[in-house]
Design a binder for this molecule. Structure first.
Ligand code: NAD
Length: 254
C-alpha cells in the first residue's frame, strides 16, 4: 500500500502508460483522478479500477485548454480536498522531418506535450504549496537525448519537458514539492503501434528492427513505466529531485 490515502491525478490515463499507471496506483490504494480527452477510454480505466475495488473518477480534461486544465484541478480539490501526485502523462506525436511538418501540426504537438505539462501544473502547484507537499511527474522520453527519425517536433517537446522539470524543481523545492521526469524508451502502446503504422511500409519488419535497437532485446511494456512512476509518486523516492529516470531497455546506449 505504497500510495495509501494519496490523491493522484494522471493525465492521458485512458490508454497505454497512463492507464497502466492508474491501475497500479489504485492497486497501491491511491485515489486516482483520470484526466483524458477521450471519455470512453477514460471511463474504461475507471471501470477497470472500480471492478477491482479501487477508487477512481474520470474528469474530462483537455490539457491544452486553460479552462479545462483548471477544471481538472478544481474538481479534484472539490472531491478530495488535496492533490498529492500529478502525473503529466498525456502526449501525442507528429510525423515528419522538420521541413515536412505543417505549422498546425507543430503547434498541436507543442501544445499537448509542453503546454499540457504547464497548465495542469500551474493550477495544481498552489494547492501543493499550501500543504507543503507534492510529487509531480513529467513525461519526457529518451528521444529527448538521442533523437528519432521523422519525429523532430516530438523530440523537441520531450527535451523541453526535461528542462522544464529541472526549473520547476528549483522553484518548488522550498515548498517540499518534488518534480521528476520519466524517460521511457520504446514502450508497446497504441501510441507506438500508430508510429509503426504511419512511419513504415512494413510495420512488422519495423517492429523486429526496433527490438534489435534495445539492449533488452524487446520493447518495454506500459507497466514497466508504471512501476517507475509509482516509485516517483511514493515517498521511497524522497531524495530524487529534478531527476531524469530512464526506463528504456538500454536503447540510449545500444
Ligand atoms: P497513448 O496514445 O496510448 O495514450 C495517450 C493518452 O493521452 C490517450 O488516452 C489520449 O486520449 C490522451 N490525450 C491526448 N491528448 C490529450 C489532451 N489534449 N488532453 C488530455 N489527454 C490527452 O500513449 P502512450 O504511449 O501511453 O504515451 C503516454 C506518454 O508517454 C506520452 O506523453 C508519450 O509521449 C510518452 N512516451 C511514450 C513512449 C512509448 O514508447 N509509448 C515512449 C516515451 C514517452
Amino acid at each position: 500500500m505504497r500510495l495509501l490515502d494519496k490523491v493522484c491525478i494522471i493525465t492521458g490515463a485512458g490508454s497505454g502508460i497512463g492507464q497502466s499507471t492508474a491501475l497500479l496506483f489504485a492497486s497501491e490504494k491511491a485515489t486516482v483522478v483520470v484526466g483524458d480527452i477521450d471519455r470512453e477510454k477514460g471511463e474504461e480505466t475507471v471501470r477497470l479500477i472500480t471492478a477491482e475495488g479501487g477508487s477512481a473518477v474520470y474528469v474530462h480534461a483537455d490539457v491544452t485548454n486553460p479552462e479545462s486544465a483548471k477544471a481538472l484541478i478544481d474538481e479534484t480539490i472539490r472531491l478530495y480536498g488535496r492533490i498529492d501526485v500529478l502525473f503529466n502523462n498525456a502526449g501525442i506525436s507528429g510525423v515528419g522531418r522538420l521541413h515536412e511538418i505543417e505549422p498546425d501540426v507543430w503547434d498541436r504537438v507543442m501544445n499537448v506535450n509542453i503546454k499540457g505539462v504547464y497548465l495542469p501544473s500551474k493550477y495544481a502547484i498552489p494547492h501543493m504549496m499550501e500543504r507543503m507537499a507534492g510529487s509531480i511527474i513529467n513525461m519526457s522520453s529518451c528521444i529527448a537525448e538521442i533523437g528519432l527519425a521523422l519525429r523532430a517536433s516530438y523530440a523537441a517537446t520531450k527535451g523541453a519537458v526535461l528542462a522544464l522539470t529541472k526549473s520547476m524543481q528549483v522553484d518548488y523545492a522550498p515548498y517540499n514539492i518534488r518534480v521528476n521526469a520519466l524517460l521511457p524508451g520504446t514502450i508497446l502502446t497504441p501510441f507506438v503501434e500508430n508510429y509503426l503504422k504511419t512511419s513504415y511500409d512494413d510495420p512488422e519488419k519495423a517492429y523486429e528492427s526496433l527490438k534489435k535497437r534495445q539492449l533488452s532485446g524487446d520493447l518495454g511494456r506500459p507497466d514497466d513505466v508504471a512501476k517507475a512512476a509509482l516509485f516517483l509518486a511514493s515517498d521511497e523516492s524522497k531524495f530524487m529531485m529534478g531527476s531524469p529516470l530512464y526506463i528504456d531497455g538500454g536503447v540510449v546506449f545500444g
